[in-house]
Every structure is written in C-alpha cells, then in structure tokens.
Design a protein around this ligand. Structure first.
Ligand SMILES: [Zn+2]
Ligand SMILES: [Zn+2]
Length: 258
C-alpha cells in the first residue's frame, strides 16, 4: 500500500511538473514570438484539452513499456568506460543521429498505413496544428516504437556514456522544437545546400497539417530520396515576420492519413 502511495505521488508530481513546464513554454512562445507562428489560426482549446489527456495516458504507460524493453535487452546493453576523444564521441553521436533518422522515417511511414495508423499513430495526429504538448501526445505503443531505438542502439553498439548523455537532450529538444508551432530558422535554411538536409519546425508542422508528406524526424534525406517532401515546402517556408503562411496554400489539409 505504501509503495502504491509513493508511485501515485511520484506520478502526480511528474504530471504537475510536465504541465507547468509545457504551459510556461507555450505562454512564452505565445507572448514573445507570435509573429513566428506557423499556423496563426491553429490554436484550439479542444485540442489542448484532448492532448492533456493523451499526454497523461502516455506518461502513465510508456515508462512501463520502455522499462520492460530495456530490461529484456539488459544483458546486451553495455557502455564503453574507457576515456574517449571528442572525435570518437562525435562519430558515435553521428551514427546515432543518422541511424535513428532512418529508423524513424521508415517506421513513421509504416505507421501511416492502416490499420496501424488508427491503432497506433492517430493519437499523435489529433492536432493538425501542433503545439509543445503534441510532442508527448503519443500512443504509448508509439513511444515504445520510437523510444525503443535507444535500448536497441546501445545493445547493438557499445558507445561511451558521454554520447549517451547527448542523445536524450537531442531527442527531447528536437521533439519540442518541431512541435512548437513556431519557426525560428532563417529563410535560407531549406535553400542552403548544407542546411536543407535537416528538418525544420515548418517541415514537421506540414506533416501534421497534410499527413502525406514530410515523414523525417531529424533530416529530409529519406523524404528527398523517396519523393515524400511536400512539393510546396520550400515555397511556403515561413520566414520570421513574413506575411506568407502555409494557411494560404490551396491544398486540401488534414483529411487523409495516408
Ligand atoms: Zn505521422
Ligand atoms: Zn509530430
């Protein structure tokens, strides 16, 4: 009974901290960066209410699922404790970055196929205009699929702990940024031959709005190879303080999951 009380108190504590932090971030973005909003008319209270419930469900269950997977893979998970140069950490980080990107792209495309879409991915697509809360508004099974990459990666490759310390913040910050609903990158981002290979908040925002394009999680590489970049992505990229918006597009939005 005591352990249940402890668990309940910890769970409520985590919920409160998450909602307070998310609420603060949303408030700061709304007050300070309104001109950078990707879909200016996308804010809906109904969406916020529903996502609050989905986030609670995800937080409640995904920990158990990911914990079970990590326990299953525990005999294979090991970290290299030898001292390592920055270039070794860099190479390990690059390996994670591009392997996870490929893993995410292909599983994400698979999750858009019925009945997997309805059973697993539909919760995340409740919002056609994502906000920070959307980052965590995910079916616990989808959390297991995406989050499961880290235990799989650390079971397959013996990486150093500093690399591991970079992976968690990368995944969380990238998730928060692409779901923020605000674009902070400059106009040249998707034109430069170096930066155009990396996704932006607009890129993922358009995935939530149009469903059929922009599946990449870190890069646009697989979308470019497979022809799934939204054709008007570059033209509709919303520069800060500009009048153009993907709202103005003539495409039919948010009607089809596939
Ligand atoms: Zn999707
Ligand atoms: Zn999303």
């Amino acid at each position: 009974m005591e352990s249940f009380r402890q668990f309940a108190a910890q769970t409520v504590g985590r919920f409160v901290i998450t909602y307070v932090v998310v609420g603060l971030l949303m408030g700061i973005l709304y007050v300070l960066f309104r001109s950078r909003k990707i879909q200016p008319n996308g804010f809906k209270w109904r969406q916020i209410r529903t996502e609050v419930l989905f986030v609670a469900l995800n937080m409640l269950l995904s920990g158990f699922l990911l914990g079970a997977l990590a326990k299953l893979l525990q005999p294979y998970i090991a970290f290299n404790t030898e001292p390592a140069g920055w270039w070794v950490i860099g190479l390990e980080y690059i390996a994670f970055f591009f392997l996870f990107d490929a893993y995410f792209y292909w599983l994400h495309r698979l999750m858009h196929v019925e009945p997997i879409y309805t059973c697993v991915h539909k919760i995340h697509h409740f919002s056609t205009s994502p906000g920070i809360l959307t980052t965590f508004s995910v079916n616990p099974l989808e959390s297991l699929i995406n989050g499961g990459f880290v235990p799989l990666f650390t079971a397959a490759l013996t990486i150093h702990k500093p690399t591991m310390a970079l992976i968690g913040p990368t995944v969380i910050l990238m998730g928060l940024y692409v779901h923020s609903g605000y674009e902070f990158l400059p106009r040249w981002w998707n034109k430069s031959w170096i930066t155009k290979w990396f996704i932006s908040a607009t890129f993922h925002d358009e995935h939530h709005k149009y469903f059929r394009f922009n599946f990449g999680g870190f890069t646009t590489i697989w979308d470019r190879i497979c022809g799934t970049v939204r054709p008007r992505y570059e033209a509709d990229f919303r520069p800060p303080h500009a009048a153009t918006s993907i709202e103005a597009s003539s495409e039919t939005a948010g009607s089809s999951p596939a």
